[in-house]
Design a protein around this ligand. Sequence first.
Ligand SMILES: Cc1cc2nc3c(=O)[nH]c(=O)nc-3n(C[C@H](O)[C@H](O)[C@H](O)COP(=O)(O)OP(=O)(O)OC[C@H]3O[C@@H](n4cnc5c(N)ncnc54)[C@H](O)[C@@H]3O)c2cc1C
Ligand code: SF4
Ligand code: SF4
Ligand code: SF4
Length: 384
Amino acid sequence: MENIDKVMWCTGCFLCMSECPQNCISIGKDSLDTKIPVINATECISCGKCLKVCPQHTAVERNYPINTYVGMGVVNGAKISSASGGVASALYKWAVNNKYCCVGAMWNKDKKSVELAIATDESELEKFRNSKYIFSETNSIFKRISEIIKTLNKKILVIAMPCQIAALKSALKKEYENGKIIFIDIVCHGMSNDSYFEQHLNHIMLQGGADNIAFREKGNFVFSVYNNDSCVYKANYDEDSYFLSYLEGVTYRENCYHCQYAASERIGDLTIGDFDGIDSESIKNDKLRTLKYPSMILVNTKIGEKLLQEVDSIVKEKRLVAEAFRYNEQLKKPAQKSLFRSEFVRRYEQSHDFEKAIRPYWKKKVIKKHIYNLKIYKLAHIVR
Ligand SMILES: Cc1cc2nc3c(=O)[nH]c(=O)nc-3n(C[C@H](O)[C@H](O)[C@H](O)COP(=O)(O)OP(=O)(O)OC[C@H]3O[C@@H](n4cnc5c(N)ncnc54)[C@H](O)[C@@H]3O)c2cc1C
Ligand code: SF4
Ligand code: SF4
Ligand code: SF4
């Protein structure tokens, strides 16, 4: 029997580890410090279970969208503050009110890593809000969801990245088919290793702690770090080496450049993302029309359509499916590698030091920005 040594482009979902009857798979790291499964060969009994459940090896059902909406989540008539249109928060709120348990990504206690976690009441939902541009760990989520369904007989609403939904669908096929779980995937261009983020945080904070972190406050791409409730670091996306290199495709896990979920067939009952390139003038609702980052909602199954119609805190308007696909690159193909990727890889493999590895890229970006600013300054003086 073969095992997961045969898997190409591992996403780091660690479902194989959760399912191994010998408990002989552990979390290891490759030459770029990317988390990958490692098998203890002396304990492996070659049962093949890890390969059978792996979503990168065995195909998981996907669907082409049947409907598309532009939308936003509202509370007391105002848009919910979040990365994009606040749709995720509105869905979670509906779920909790209807006695579902919710699954999403939250920062760990030390704010240096992110994991999928479970929330059962409204007070916990805040932690799921906003995009965390860092690899999120699944940890024990597969077993915990299964236990909740079995012992508490509760239903579950999951919002997560497509590769994580694929793993959850593979692990919990029976529960999904019995209507116990609703899956919502997020349009995704990639995740960076958490060790890069941890190193960068230590670098900018000089080892100081953080009690909150945001990449997209009120929708804007601003990276902020808070300590004791006051902001101790704030940088626009192009003023921070971690954030810019992430957005420009330098630092993703290698599998993200080959992502099978960056496609029109979707893994969730709904898909949510930014409605890139929408002709806002054609939106009828005044609040939606003036929104900077309205949400795109793809309806991929009847379960998804029923859910969307039941959530009354989402203001939405129907659009053509083709419109969503026209401008959102991650619905067509995986993210492109930055031209600096190979140099970053070489330098990181040598040093295992994020700041050292990213330095030449960052220097170039800083110089380019200075030249640009100088040109604008000179132009302004000539015009005057
Ligand atoms: C890593 C990442 C890459 C993205 N890339 C794109 C893109 O290329 N194109 C696009 O249109 N949209 C992208 N998005 C989605 C977009 O940024 C918004 O998150 C989405 O539109 C939902 O916005 P919201 O306001 O409804 O929800 P928010 O309140 O912003 O909620 C975000 C939801 O995302 C989940 N989440 C956040 N970070 C992670 C994480 N690291 N791992 C797993 N789940 C997470 C939370 O649990 C929550 O359910 C990306 C999001 C993330 C996290
Ligand atoms: S994709 Fe997931 S299940 Fe497959 S080898 Fe990687 S961690 Fe294991
Ligand atoms: S083949 Fe079986 S025993 Fe070996 S690692 Fe995979 S699941 Fe575990
Ligand atoms: S790009 Fe694909 S493989 Fe990478 S995190 Fe996103 S969904 Fe997963």
